[in-house]
Design a protein around this ligand. Structure first.
Ligand code: NAP
Ligand code: ZN
Length: 362
């Protein structure tokens, strides 16, 4: 048996975990708080400011992060970090502010241009980070990835380095009380997708499988409640973090790679994009790796991939409109990505187009 496992983020969970662990916020003398327009208006920013004031720690707020953050946004945030001479970063929000915060923490101490930023040598240094997720989806609080909208490549691209693991993650479901139904559903599907893809990754190992299976079991237990708008947010927040632990070992697969163009060109939410494709990707993989797929289905307590696909059709409602030309273009964009190469059975460009077509047009 040969495998490695590395996840250095210290995770603390539970009601008021930010307020109860104020000493953990003493990792620097001046903080840059990175957040979005509404992600902080749920009590999370108030709690953080309480803690920083109690600790006599200075801070600056950068609240310009949009959904699917752009390269331009993170350079702007890094400029603020440098000008204000901050020495740590606090991210508050969903995956978008958390991913932006990671790139800001990196660019604040490394002079990287836009090509270097997406290259393989981004160095090993970033400002220390504390992450407070306010959605239950990406698990970015425990991953070494920052995913940014890259207009040059006309898609989303990820930066990966162990220095992007946050030092701390605080998970308190009280910040998710006013989250919309759509965000709740889409983010839960994203979290499920991470764990399912983790089990369909060439890098899956015995430990990542254990964590993935537990996350899949927990999220599946909430499908009915999600539809009815009464999902247990604490369970989903925990399961999403587990999904992050999974992809921090396995990375994501063709589903995420194929979902990025849907988000880039059609502005389809990240989790929804994955949910639209996941069912057909499972059917495709089943032809070559039936035992892997069976294992996932059995954790979910379902019989077959048709039933699996149906879960997402029911949760996501009416599909978005696509033309064949659009899907052909997305297939060429996805073909050579790390996600496609990371799939236990790697689809070629024709198979990618077939998965897109069966998911989005047929
Ligand atoms: P998001 O873009 O962070 O947030 C979605 C929406 O929810 C935004 O409108 C946000 O508002 C709002 N929102 C967030 N928290 C809220 C709360 N507690 N109450 C009310 N509204 C709230 O969505 P996400 O799905 O969490 O993150 C998606 C991003 O993460 C994508 O860019 C994706 O590529 C990335 N991702 C990263 C990883 C990783 O490992 N790094 C993994 C998967 C996905 P505001 O924008 O106004 O704040
Ligand atoms: Zn994702």
């Amino acid at each position: 048996m040969e495998f490695g496992f590395y996840m250095p983020t210290r995770v603390k969970t539970g009601k008021n975990c930010v307020l109860k662990n104020s000493d953990d916020f003493k990792i620097g003398t001046k903080a840059l708080i990175v957040t979005g327009k509404s992600s902080a208006v749920n009590g999370a920013l108030d709690d953080v400011l309480n803690v920083l004031n109690k600790n006599n720690t200075e801070f600056v707020i950068f609240d310009k992060v949009m959904s699917n953050p752009t390269v331009e946004c993170v350079y702007e945030g890094a400029e603020v970090a440098v000008e204000e001479e901050v020495d740590f970063v606090i991210a508050i929000g969903g995956g978008s502010p958390m991913d932006a915060a990671k790139a800001v923490a990196l660019l604040a101490v490394s002079d990287l241009d836009r090509i270097q930023l997406f290259g393989s040598d981004i160095g090993h240094r970033a400002l220390p980070m504390i992450h407070i997720p306010t959605t239950a989806g990406t698990g970015s609080e425990v991953t070494p990835y920052s995913i940014l909208t890259n207009h040059e490549k006309q898609t989303k691209k990820s930066i990966a380095s162990d220095c992007l693991f946050p030092q701390y993650a605080f998970l308190d479901a009280k910040y998710m009380q006013s989250i919309s139904h759509d965000v709740m559903v889409n983010t839960a599907i994203d979290a499920l997708s991470h764990s399912v893809e983790g089990m369909l990754s060439v890098k899956a190992n015995i430990m990542s499988d254990i964590v993935a299976a537990e996350a899949i079991r927990l999220i599946s237990s909430q499908f009915k409640n999600l539809k009815e708008g009464i999902a247990d947010k604490e369970i989903l927040l925990y399961a999403a973090m587990l999904g992050g632990v999974v992809i921090s070992q396995t990375k994501t697969t063709a589903v995420h790679a194929m979902g990025y163009p849907l988000t880039y060109f059609k502005n389809i939410d990240h989790g929804r994009a994955n949910g639209l494709l996941l069912g057909e990707f499972m059917k495709y993989t089943e032809k070559y790796e039936p035992l892997r797929v069976k294992k996932i289905l059995s954790v979910m307590g379902i019989e077959n991939t048709a039933e699996f696909k149906n879960i997402f059709i029911e949760l996501l409602g009416k599909r978005d409109n696509f033309s064949v030309d659009e899907l052909e273009m997305y297939s060429y964009i996805s073909e050579d990505t790390g996600g496609v190469k990371n799939s236990i059975h790697r689809p070629n460009v024709d198979e990618i187009l077939e998965i897109y077509t069966k998911s989005l047009i047929d």
